[in-house]
Design a protein around this ligand. Structure first.
Ligand code: BES
Ligand code: ZN
Ligand code: ZN
Length: 493
């Protein structure tokens, strides 16, 4: 489906689907009588014992005398309990119920609550996010149109005028999430490091300055940790640097850094076959960074933000690095690679160090599908948050609560740090059986100096995540809205 969204304060119901909200106490949307002159919705609610629980739906054929074809009654729960997320989820729920309708009229205002312009814009965001499909590789059956169906959503509310002004922002955010989902869903035969970098390059259209570092340039910079991972692949690595300057000229940028392993076989420490296909999504961190940069640039955020992604493929090969190899990172610190499957931290080590050196950012936030251990610890409802700075951690946690991309802070400290000391080099890339997500974070911390830094381990949330009203895609786009919000609420002038 290709949704088109308009806001209106008119009271006109058109043909198609009419969406009526029903509060738990039984009151329908204000103005809904335009769609339902005979009060069929109320009757339907009564005879089917519809409790109007939050986002529950009841579908009825519109009566003769209504210009609508169908009425969709959606439970709006209790007033006072409708937070920002409610409106976004509502949009998603409505989008899921469109069926054959080409026009959808949503009667948003309720007797007990006139939704704010932000709430109305939230409904639009929910629609756009739920409409996402990854169907690039579904060839159309005979005679079937592959072109997505255009559906026009008219959101009727007294906040229409102000909501309209927020639509650009909504589209920027939805565009960023869509981009990230597409990248995660795309298979690795199509999306290698070079192709991924080209996707970053496309942000130039939005006014982002994009630099792509080639293998030669990375060699010159001494990025031995990243290059060690890349050397087993016939596909050359890249590092994409995206620079958005919407803030004051000399203000230090916020830096977003992403793990972009386009496919992780584990390398010589190879992964088992079962489920390995999921490792096409091991660039979920990089996808979130690109998606966030898209959103930030598309809505012309008044902040300076750099996005850096390390792009490699982790393959076994005659030229691949071996367990026991010692590599020298750009920082000069040496790393004994005891397990070639712990490759994300090697890529990030050089990306973080480079970022810090070149941009002297006010803070760095990296995202990575870094460890299976974070899923053991937190399941799939929270991403792990690790940080050397309490204020930064609090800002990220708050942003995650606002966008329902929730984070859970994990401990760090010298006792964990010791676990990655090595006999043969400055450190080793694995820390033993226990606390695997934490030792991975301790490893990254050795490459960030004194800069306020946070690491989000999104292995459990970036892909194969729990499906909900606004996402049914394998690649979730987790982190895009969180990062955009984090920038918006803390760094814009
Ligand atoms: N990309 C994986 C982590 C991962 C696993 C992400 C499952 C998403 C789903 C990462 O590179 C990895 O292989 N980590 C190892 C580290 C270990 C060798 C210390 C892991 O978690 O098992
Ligand atoms: Zn790995
Ligand atoms: Zn990996």
């Amino acid at each position: 489906m290709k949704p088109e969204i308009v806001f209106s304060r008119s009271n006109k119901q058109t043909a198609g689907l009419a969406v009526i909200l029903m509060a738990a106490d039984g009151d329908g949307s204000v103005g809904a009588n335009n769609a339902d002159p005979q009060g069929v919705a109320k009757k339907a609610v009564k005879i089917s014992e519809f409790k109007a629980k939050e986002l529950a739906t009841l579908d009825v054929v519109a009566p003769a005398g209504s210009v609508a074809d169908r009425l969709l009654i959606v439970g709006s729960g209790e007033s006072g309990e409708r937070d920002e997320q409610f409106w976004i989820r509502l949009g998603g729920q409505i989008c899921a119920e469109v069926k054959t309708a080409k026009k959808v009229t949503i009667w948003l205002d309720q007797a007990d609550e006139k939704p704010s312009p932000e709430a109305a814009a939230g409904v639009a965001l929910g629609i756009l996010l739920r409409a996402y499909r990854f169907d690039t590789y579904k060839t159309s059956k005979k005679g079937e149109e592959k072109k997505p169906k255009n559906v026009r959503f008219t959101i009727i509310t007294s906040s229409a005028a102000s909501a309209k002004k927020l639509l650009g922002e909504v589209e920027a955010i939805a565009g960023g999430v869509t981009l990230a989902r597409d990248l995660v869903n795309e298979p690795a035969n199509i999306l290698g490091p070079v192709e991924f970098a080209a996707k970053a390059r496309e942000l130039t259209r939005l006014g982002v300055k994009v630099d792509i570092l080639t293998e030669r340039e990375m060699k010159k910079l001494g990025m031995g940790a990243l290059l060690g991972v890349a050397q087993g692949s016939v596909r050359a690595p890249r590092m994409a640097v995206m620079h958005w300057s919407g803030g004051r000229a000399r203000e230090k940028p916020v830096a977003l850094v992403g793990k972009g392993v386009v496919f992780d076989t584990g390398g010589i420490s190879m992964k088992p076959a079962a489920g390995m296909e999921d490792m096409k999504g091991d660039m979920g961190g990089a996808a979130a960074v690109i998606g966030a940069m898209h959103a930030i640039a598309a809505r012309k955020a008044k902040a300076n933000v750099v996005g850096i992604i390390g792009l490699v493929e982790n393959m076994p090969d005659g030229n691949a690095q071996r367990p026991g190899d010692i590599v020298t990172s750009m920082s000069g610190q040496t790393i004994e690679v005891l397990n070639t499957d712990a490759e994300g931290r090697l890529v990030l080590a050089d990306a973080l160090w480079y970022c810090n050196e070149r941009f002297k950012p006010c803070c760095m936030v990296n995202l990575a599908t870094l460890t299976g251990a974070i899923m053991i610890a937190l399941g799939k409802n929270h991403a792990g948050l690790f940080s050397n700075d309490d204020a930064l951690a609090a800002r990220l946690t708050t942003a995650g609560l606002a966008t329902a991309e929730t984070l859970w802070r994990m401990p760090m400290g010298p006792d964990y740090d010791k676990l990655i000391d090595s006999k043969n080099a400055d450190m080793k890339n694995i820390g033993g059986r226990y606390g695997g997500a934490i030792t991975a974070a301790q490893f990254l911390k050795r490459f960030v100096g004194d800069t306020p830094w946070a690491h989000l381990d999104i292995a459990g949330t970036a892909m194969g995540s729990i499906s909900n009203e606004i996402n049914r895609s394998w690649g979730s786009g987790f982190g895009v809205r969180l990062l955009d919000r984090f920038v918006k609420d803390n760094y814009e002038r």
